[in-house]
Design a protein around this ligand. Structure first.
Ligand SMILES: Cc1cc2nc3c(=O)[nH]c(=O)nc-3n(C[C@H](O)[C@H](O)[C@H](O)COP(=O)(O)O)c2cc1C
Length: 222
């Protein structure tokens, strides 16, 4: 047994930040959410304070509605949506196969911003996956083969042994085939919310909502 927890040692109830930022108004918004995302993504990347601005939390759910979340890296975005790469047999991969509804969250806390996306995920084409796989370092390519992501394994040693086997089969400089169980998902958004923190909790929340081919914008109470 461990000692009883002492929550007074470091009490999260006493932790609060006052966000001192400029107002974020409807007039500041780009015509479409991906363009607005591009602006904020650049500002997050330009701020030395935001580490890994392309890290996002992806939440999926079983068909019965049990959610699960994890961090992944955004690897591409354009007018069609947000792309990340993963193992299709992983928990997220199999949840997305049976329930394509997904949410993404970019937690840019150091600049008092977050971007929240809801949408539908589909697998990207194999050509697009192969093109990205080829840009990955050799070790990461082997890693994609070595790990049956999300399955239970006996030990770390087992994982390393599998990696070493693959490294012997495909030495540095030799082409590693794209694993059939690995690839991209593209999340086509139906809502994208831009959240800017302010003093006294008077935050700005501007949400694009898909409306046929167009987008409408609504302001949400903070
Ligand atoms: C900063 C960061 C970036 C990550 N990027 C990815 C990624 O791009 N793709 C991926 O499959 N897992 C990534 N992971 C690992 C996932 O968080 C997760 O452990 C893994 O995908 C298995 O998730 P699942 O079992 O819920 O499917 C990343 C983790 C962190 C902390």
């Amino acid at each position: 047994m461990t000692d009883a927890l002492d929550p007074s040692a470091l009490d999260p109830a006493d932790m609060r930040e006052q966000y001192r930022t400029a107002e974020f108004l409807e007039a500041d918004l780009a015509a479409d959410p991906m363009e607005q995302f591009a602006r904020w993504f650049k500002e997050a990347a330009d701020s030395a304070a935001v580490v890994e601005p392309n890290a996002m939390i992806v939440s999926t759910a079983t068909p019965g509605g049990r959610p699960s979340s994890r961090t992944v890296l955004l690897k591409h975005y354009d007018e069609r949506g947000f792309v990340f790469f993963t193992n299709y047999g992983s928990r997220k991969g199999s949840e997305l196969d049976s329930n394509p509804y997904v949410s993404l969250l970019f937690p840019w806390h150091p600049v008092a911003r977050q971007v929240l996306v809801t949408g539908t995920a589909t697998r990207v084409g194999r050509d697009e996956t192969a093109a990205y796989f080829r840009t990955r370092p050799h070790g990461s390519q082997l890693g994609a083969w070595a790990s049956e992501q999300s399955s239970v394994i006996a030990s770390r040693a087992e994982l390393l042994a599998r990696y070493e086997e693959l490294a012997a089969r495909y030495p540095e400089g030799e082409q590693v085939p794209v694993p059939p169980h690995w690839g991209g998902f593209r999340v086509a958004p139906d809502t994208v919310e831009f959240w800017q923190g302010h003093e006294n909790r008077l935050h700005d929340r501007l949400r694009y909502v898909r409306d046929g081919e167009a987008w409408r914008v609504e302001r949400l109470a903070p």
